[in-house]
Design a protein around this ligand. Structure first.
Ligand code: ZN
Ligand code: ZN
Length: 176
């Protein structure tokens, strides 16, 4: 999701440009269709991106693996800083690892991909189960336990143990 902003960087702050987007963003192992509007506004320091986007996120329940692909709304609000001054070519900002800012490359290309992926991650990482009480799959035979019991002895894998262990680790965190 690339925008050439060499013209926009020469405009006074407050100047805006709008784009319609309808493309795909590739993450680590997923492709996510993105649709919506991107508004770029020149600021004193860089370019402010306001982008209400619909993302069709791929995903599956972390317990039973059922498909939970869904449309999520991303409300991207980020300022991108240029690495070099468009007029003088002087170096302004140099991106560092683990930096919280986004940057416009030396060739004056603003790449929204990383921001989109971060927003998708934030909006989906908390909801990786199809429902809060999903019982998951039997570890032995693979039966979806939401749909019925199987004949396996799952004493050690009893979901209640999982819940208890979750509680213990939460308490650990609270105490620490
Ligand atoms: Zn599930
Ligand atoms: Zn089973």
């Amino acid at each position: 999701m690339l925008f050439n902003v060499s013209q926009l960087l020469k405009e006074p702050s407050g100047f805006t440009r709008e784009y319609e987007v309808d493309e795909e963003v590739s993450g680590d192992s997923t492709v996510c269709p993105i649709r919506g509007r991107v508004r770029l506004m020149r600021t004193e320091d860089g370019i402010w991106v306001s982008a209400p986007l619909d993302a069709f996120t791929p995903g599956s329940c972390s317990r039973c693996l059922v498909d939970i692909r869904k449309m999520v709304r991303l409300e991207i609000e980020e300022e991108f800083l240029p690495e070099i001054d468009i007029n003088t070519g002087a170096r302004l900002h140099s991106p560092r690892e683990f930096d919280e800012n986004f940057y416009i490359s030396r060739s004056n290309v603003l790449d929204l991909t990383e921001a989109v992926i971060q927003y998708i991650y934030l909006s989906t990482s908390m909801k990786t189960m199809c429902r809060p009480d999903c019982r998951g799959l039997c570890m032995k035979c693979g039966t979806d336990l939401n749909e019925g019991e199987c004949k396996c002895d799952r004493t050690a894998r009893d979901p209640r143990w999982g819940a208890l262990l979750d509680m213990v680790s939460v308490q650990d965190k609270n105490n620490g």
